[in-house]
Design a protein around this ligand. Structure first.
Ligand SMILES: NC(=O)c1ccc[n+]([C@@H]2O[C@H](COP(=O)([O-])OP(=O)(O)OC[C@H]3O[C@@H](n4cnc5c(N)ncnc54)[C@H](O)[C@@H]3O)[C@@H](O)[C@H]2O)c1
Length: 283
């Protein structure tokens, strides 16, 4: 199947970024959120990003104009009637996602593919809300989508090879590198490995072995990581780490994913803002 028009559902952090990447790659994009003003804000963020790229000489003004021209703003899912692919990037809530997919299934043409950018939820469960589970998959972008090269492509229980092949092609056209997650297991690849490392890093602090600063320094200089595990959590949001660990523990029914006590304490203290506000470094 050839994809030329993409619907992006949700114009937040990820949806806005994904729409930008798709528009810059030459796809026609319909960007839709619950309210038109949210879509307008996302397009304004996109415009600012592209303008900075032009100023820095990374992009021509002409290409910036073309990318913005490829975007249609919408506050109605009905505008997805003729898209070939929908990338869903709404809030991380399984019931909301199921509702959205049931609606997309009604609105979109029969051959359209529907993918979710969920970072943790079951693709199979989301696909179950549609009558086309073979055309549903995970397409997991990373934050910020314009800069991060990876896309995890996740097979749900019914996802066909044809669907996976088309998503690989779309991601490639967007300039992304894909990895295939062959089974719909919680946390996929990146989140699962990352969370295992986060838990060990927090335990090292709890055991008094090293400070958060020294653990970050050790991982950056010892293994060439671009960010230490604590810095990364500040970037992601400590609340997100806590949410994901609880989800993995619940899904696997395995205490190894139990959020460490120190993380729970930070959450209880309400210190879970983003970017150096988590409290890790003065705990
Ligand atoms: N933020 C990240 O670092 C990151 C990274 C990878 C994946 N994700 C995943 O991407 C998805 C979106 O995350 P985000 O950080 O962009 O969230 P966000 O809160 O910034 O944006 C979500 C947007 O979805 C809209 N929305 C909610 N329900 C809707 C509906 N039914 N129809 C249309 N729009 C709706 C909201 O109004 C909001 O604008 C989540 O599944 C998240 O887990 C996030």
């Amino acid at each position: 199947m050839t994809v030329s028009k993409i619907g992006v559902l949700g114009a937040g952090t990820m949806g806005g970024g994904i729409a930008q990447v798709a528009a810059q790659a030459g796809f026609q994009v319909v960007l839709c959120d619950l309210e038109f003003s949210l879509v307008e804000k996302a397009v304004a963020r996109m415009e600012a990003f592209l303008s900075r790229s032009v100023e820095k000489g990374r992009l021509t003004a002409e290409l910036k104009g073309q990318a913005l021209n490829n975007i249609t703003k919408s506050a109605a899912v009905a505008d997805f009637a003729d898209v070939d692919l929908v990338i869903e990037a709404i809030s991380e809530d399984l019931e909301l996602k199921k509702e959205a997919f049931a609606q997309l299934d009604q609105v979109c043409k029969a051959e359209a593919l529907l993918v979710t950018n969920t970072s943790s939820m079951s693709v199979t469960a989301i696909a179950g809300a549609t009558k086309r589970p073979q055309q549903v998959a995970g397409m997991h972008f990373f934050n910020p989508p314009a800069l991060m090269k990876l896309v995890e492509v996740i097979r749900g229980y019914d996802t066909t090879d044809e669907t996976v092949k088309t998503i690989f092609e779309v991601a490639k056209k967007m300039g992304k590198t894909t990895v295939e997650v062959k089974k719909d297991f919680p946390g996929f690849i990146v989140t699962r490995v990352n969370m295992a490392q986060v838990i060990e890093a927090v335990r090292l602090v709890e055991e008094g072995v090293a400070s958060p600063e020294d653990i970050d320094t050790a991982m950056k200089l010892g293994l060439n990581w671009p960010m230490g595990p604590f810095e990364l959590q500040d970037f992601m949001g400590v609340d997100v780490t806590y949410f994901i660990l609880n989800y993995l523990q619940d899904e696997f029914k395995d205490m190894r994913w139990n959020p460490p006590q120190t993380l729970k304490a930070l959450i209880k203290s309400g210190r879970f803002g983003r970017k150096n506000k988590s409290g890790w470094f003065d705990y």
